[in-house]
Design a protein around this ligand. Sequence first.
Ligand code: GLU
Length: 475
Amino acid sequence: MKETRVRYAPSPTGDPHVGNIRSAIFNWLFARNQKGKFILRIEDTDQARMVDDGIQKQKDALNWMGLNWDEVYIQSERIEIYTKYAEKLIDEDKAYRCFATQQELDDLRNKQKAAGKITRYDGRYRNYDLDLSQKRSKEDPFVIRFKSPQEGITKCYDEIRGEITFNNKELDDFIIMKSDGFPTYHFANVVDDHLMNISHVMRAEEWLPSLPKHVNIYKSLDWEMPLFVHLPMILASDKTKLSKRHGATSIQEFINEGYIKPAMFNFLVLLGWALDDKTEQFTIEELINVFNIKKISKSPAIFNKQKLDWFNGKYIRELKSDEIAKELDLFFKNSINIKNYNIIKKYNFVDIANMIKERSKTLKDSLMLSEFIYNIPSFKSKEEVYAMCDDIDQCSYILKSTIDCLNKIDDFNIETVQFELKNLMEELNLKPKNLLGTLRIVITNQKISPPVFDCISILGKKESVNRISSALDFI
Ligand code: GLU
């Protein structure tokens, strides 16, 4: 049997969109399931749309997702190959040079528009003399166009949709090589899928209208076709195409918002694929075992942000604390300034993970819950400090007693801290508001923070006592 070889073929024109990464995930899972190869092909032939770091951004997104590739190709390094095949097509009268100037094409367009016709190239160089064309090519700029069939139909086959036919009257003589010498997407894509022995082309549904062009190129070169699998569209909850106005759309934005890999992976794989009508949570290993093209759906997938949040919170709760600790470390490093990161780094990320696990949907929530670690409280007035006490004397007394109480704890952890502080509260006959409310102020002074016992145990004895002492000195 033929080896399974699939590819992810991004154009490096910006931050990878979640839809692209969904395609990458499907291809990667299929390759791994079939013990085949996953190929990364950078389609950078549209030089005008390239962005700096575009290639690196794609690689970073794949790496973050854990989608390792077996081979990598960059189309801009393969121009000679496409040129060779385009010339072969010219020699065989299956493609031709077109010397129409931009002005000519604009005029044509305007005329067609004015006459209420569909605007498209009219084939004016289709039958141009080959010798003349050869000669002129030395002096004049030109593009190479594909001689599309003008009659009949083009039959295409998609693994999910079955046979799809296109009327050849609708096809135009599209460009395969541009005047800058670069191939167009359609041409380079087909040549490479062939030369790279791609067995399955799995890509977004938006490419389906291009399929007859591709099929005709395969036929003209007498090449066997791969199997085509067009993945369903991704729509936002309002059933329109997922776009910027719905919020984050690039993987990087989701990373910045604190989504973690297993949740993102699990969520994205369910956009257009399902094992059955009940199983929702999968590890990546499980997905490799069960992933199957037959289960890809035809109908659009809805990008349900609430579900992503739910997955993310669930994974944060369920992953081992040391795994979450690693995620937190990386996220904090990238999200806060170096001074604050250096402070937080001194604390144990596993303890922080335990503290945030039940309370965060995203790592951004976790960061908010952890801000008390580096935002050391400072006060403008004494009233702020004793706001939860009957008066300032009660406040000083509480703070002094707490310092003594904490100092006496040998094995300093959340249980012992909680136990001793509750004892203290009983002994001194204090209301929770008096003791815990006041401690919350002097330890965190944050609107959002975890319960004060957690904060004290994370900060440890020394830092907690320091904060309480500073407040005591202040009043
Ligand atoms: N370069 C195209 C893209 O960015 C690839 C489409 C395909 O997989 O054929 O989507």
